[in-house]
Ligand binder design. Structure first.
Ligand code: DC
Length: 225
């Protein structure tokens, strides 16, 4: 069955600019934006709420089956995560929850629990989903598949600038080490590791600005119409 409007899958490592790219595209096209990483963060947060250790695979999996996850769209179209109907979007953006999400995302039971939610959110098309396995597992039939890359050093530089722009202090070497360790965990896990789909367009954004990346994807969208 063909969808009237495409599913756009954007995958790639942490800090590569997936969120900004996906948000800009969704706004320009009038599509829904789905931040799938927020779902893994939501599972990690819900486990912590219940005093469950992220090392306890069976208990974390039970949590992922128990909770209701969803999004509510903010005025500018940014999705805010709801866990059991509560807005938890601000709590999931800490370095601790980044590490927790990476850990719980390696559990097959958690990935299974989140698969149907992601498919339901994208089923109708007219949606931009960003994550790690959208083009390979969640929507292998996505009409547009982009795999964004950039060197770890460039991603660390961007993260430092982003934090500084928001008035925070940031240590480049610490951030680079964290990016490398998350890359390693996300791409070496046994299930749904981070890798481009065979039919994905791979775009190295190390020396491209946001507008160039967005234009590239808009052309891909045009060509599938
Ligand atoms: O995109 P993010 O940083 O919010 O993602 C948090 C973690 O969730 C990340 O370390 C890997 C995992 N993740 C995943 O395994 N599959 C996805 N589709 C999205 C995120």
């Amino acid at each position: 069955m063909t969808r009237p409007r495409p599913v756009i899958a954007i995958d790639g490592p942490a800090g590569v600019g997936k969120s900004t790219t996906a948000r800009t595209l969704a706004r320009r096209l009038g599509y829904t934006l789905v931040d799938t990483g927020a779902l893994y963060r939501g599972v990690a947060l819900a486990a912590r709420d219940r005093g469950i250790s992220w090392d306890d695979e069976a208990a974390v999996m039970a949590v992922s089956n128990e909770i209701r996850l969803g999004f509510v769209s903010q005025g500018d179209g940014t999705p805010r995560l709801l866990v059991d109907g509560q807005d938890r979007a601000d709590e999931i953006r800490t370095p601790e929850l980044s590490a927790g999400a990476s850990q719980v995302s390696a559990y097959p039971g958690v990935r299974r629990a989140l698969l149907d939610i992601q498919r339901d959110l994208g089923r109708e098309g007219g949606v931009v989903l960003e994550g790690r396995d959208i083009g390979t597992v969640v929507f292998p039939d996505a009409e547009v598949k982009l795999f964004l890359t950039a060197s770890a050093e460039e991603r660390a530089r961007r993260r430092v600038k982003d934090l500084q722009d928001r008035g925070m202090t940031a240590d480049y070497h610490e951030i680079l080490a964290k990016i490398r360790s998350r890359d390693d965990a996300d791409s070496t896990r046994a299930i749904a590791p981070l890798r481009p789909a065979e039919d994905a367009v791979i775009l190295d954004s190390t020396s491209l600005d946001l507008e160039a990346v967005v234009q590239h994807v808009l052309e891909l969208v045009e060509s599938c119409n």
